[in-house]
Ligand binder design. Structure first.
Ligand code: HEM
Ligand code: NAG
Ligand code: NAG
Ligand code: NAG
Ligand code: NAG
Length: 321
C-alpha cells in the first residue's frame, strides 16, 4: 500500500512542481566578439540564441515597425540550409512562420528565398518559395563569413501591425539538405531537442526573451516534465536537477520493490527470488562503473570549464540530453 501512496505523491509533485511553469525568461547571453564584430556598425544589440549555436543581432529603426536583423549559425553539411523568420500567431512555433531561407551549395554561390511555412509543411508538403504579404523583407543578404565559419542571413524587416517588437515571435532552424537548382526546396530538418527548441518570444527593445511553451512542449510535459529541463544558466536548474534525480531514483526503487512483491505473490519458490537478486547485483555493478566514469568526467570538465564560461550552457545542453 505504501508504495502506491508514494506513487501518488510523486505524481502530484510532478504536476505542481515549480518547474512546470509554461514559459520563462532566460538570461540573455551576449554574442561572441567575432560575430558582434561582423555586424553592421549601426546594430545596437546582439544575443546568442539558445540552440543550434545561432547568434542574433539587430537594431530598431526610428519607425519602430522596421528592424534590421542578422542571424548566423554554422551549416555542417554541403547542401544544408539556414532559416530565420517571424510568426504573427500567439505561439512562437514553426507553423505560421514567414521565413527567409538561405542555401549552401558546394559548387555555387549561396542563395536565398522567402517561404511561408505552414502546418501543411509540417505534415510533409513540399516547401516552395512564396511571396510574403504581411512582411516587407528588404536588403536581404545570405553570405558566408569564412573567418568564423558561419552562414549569415541579414535583412531589413518591415513588420505589419500584427507584429509587436516588444514581443516578437521569432524562429530559426538549420537543415542538412535541400534540392533544386533555380528554385530551392529545403528538406526537413532533424528532430532532436535543439531543433525543436529553436524559437522564442523576444523583446527587441530590451533584449530579453521568453522560451515558449508551444504545443510541442505541452504534449511532452504529459511524459513527466522531461522536456522542461531548464538551461544550465537558469536559476531553476538546481531544483530541476534535484527533482530529476530524486524522481529517477525513486522510480527505480519502486520498480525493484514491486518486482519482489510480484515474485512473492506468484512464486513462493525461492529460485526466482535469488535469480532476480543476481540480475540486480549485475546491473548494480554496471551502474557503479558508469557512475564512477561520470564522476571522473564531471570533475575533469569542471577543472577545464573556467576559461570558456559563455559556451558552457550550450555544450552542456547538447551533451547531456
Ligand atoms: C521541409 C520543411 C520542413 C518540414 C517537413 C518540417 C517538419 C517539422 C516537423 C514534423 C516538426 C515537429 C517534429 C516533432 O514534433 O517531433 C517540426 C518542428 C519544428 N520546425 Fe520544422 N519543418 C520544416 C521546415 C522548417 C523551417 C523552415 C523552420 C524555421 C523557419 C522550422 C522550424 C521548426 C521548429 C522551430 C520546430 C519546433 C517547434 C514546433 O514544432 O513548432 N521547420 N518541423
Ligand atoms: C559589439 O560591437 C560594438 C561595436 O560595433 C561594441 O560597441 C560593443 O561593445 C560590442 N559588444 C560586445 C558584446 O562585444
Ligand atoms: C501563407 O499560407 C497560408 C496557407 O496557404 C495562407 O493562408 C496565407 O495567406 C499565407 N501567408 C502569407 C503571409 O503569404
Ligand atoms: C513604418 O513601417 C511600416 C512597415 O514597413 C510601414 O507600413 C509604415 O508605413 C511605416 N510608417 C511610417 C510612418 O513611415
Ligand atoms: C506591444 O506590446 C507591448 C507589451 O505587451 C504593449 O504595451 C504595447 O501596447 C504593444 N504595442 C502595440 C502597437 O500593440
Amino acid at each position: 500500500m505504501s508504495a502506491y501512496l508514494f506513487t501518488t505523491i510523486l505524481m502530484i509533485l510532478t504536476f505542481f512542481s515549480p518547474i512546470s511553469t509554461t514559459a520563462k525568461y532566460r538570461h540573455s547571453t551576449p554574442c561572441s566578439e567575432d560575430f558582434n564584430a561582423s555586424l553592421p556598425k549601426s546594430f545596437t544589440n546582439c544575443n546568442k540564441l539558445n540552440t543550434l549555436g545561432a547568434q542574433f543581432g539587430w537594431r530598431i529603426h526610428s519607425n519602430e515597425s522596421v528592424i534590421d536583423i542578422c542571424v548566423g549559425a554554422m551549416i555542417e553539411t554541403d547542401e544544408g540550409w539556414l532559416a530565420w523568420g517571424v510568426n504573427p500567431q500567439a505561439e512562437s512555433q514553426m507553423a505560421g512562420t514567414r521565413a527567409i531561407i538561405g542555401f549552401k551549395k558546394p559548387d555555387r554561390k549561396p542563395s536565398w528565398n522567402t517561404y511561408n511555412v505552414t502546418s501543411e509543411t509540417k505534415l510533409g508538403c513540399r516547401l516552395m518559395p512564396s511571396k510574403i504579404v504581411d512582411i516587407d523583407f528588404g536588403n536581404v543578404k545570405f553570405e558566408y563569413l569564412n573567418q568564423i565559419n558561419y552562414y549569415r542571413i541579414c535583412a531589413t524587416v518591415g513588420l505589419s501591425s500584427e507584429y509587436n517588437v516588444s514581443r516578437l515571435n521569432h524562429v530559426w532552424q538549420v537543415g542538412f539538405k535541400s534540392i533544386g537548382m533555380e528554385v530551392m526546396e529545403p528538406l526537413k530538418h532533424k528532430n532532436p531537442l535543439p531543433n525543436m527548441d529553436s524559437t522564442e518570444t523576444i523583446n527587441l527593445r530590451v533584449g530579453t526573451s521568453k522560451i515558449n511553451a508551444g504545443p510541442h512542449r505541452h504534449r511532452m510535459r504529459m511524459m513527466l516534465a522531461l522536456r522542461l529541463k531548464p538551461h544550465s544558466n537558469d536559476d531553476y536548474r538546481i531544483y530541476w536537477s534535484i527533482y530529476h534525480h530524486f524522481l529517477g531514483y525513486s522510480l527505480l526503487a519502486l520498480i525493484v520493490v514491486n518486482i519482489f512483491r510480484g515474485i512473492g505473490i506468484f512464486s513462493p519458490n525461492q529460485t526466482w527470488r535469488w535469480a532476480y537478486i543476481g540480475v540486480l547485483c549485475g546491473l548494480g555493478f554496471i551502474t557503479l562503473v558508469f557512475e564512477i566514469f561520470t564522476w571522473i568526467k564531471f570533475l575533469k570538465d569542471r577543472k577545464e570549464k573556467n576559461p570558456g564560461e559563455n559556451d558552457e550552457g550550450q555544450q552542456k545542453k547538447n551533451t547531456q540530453m
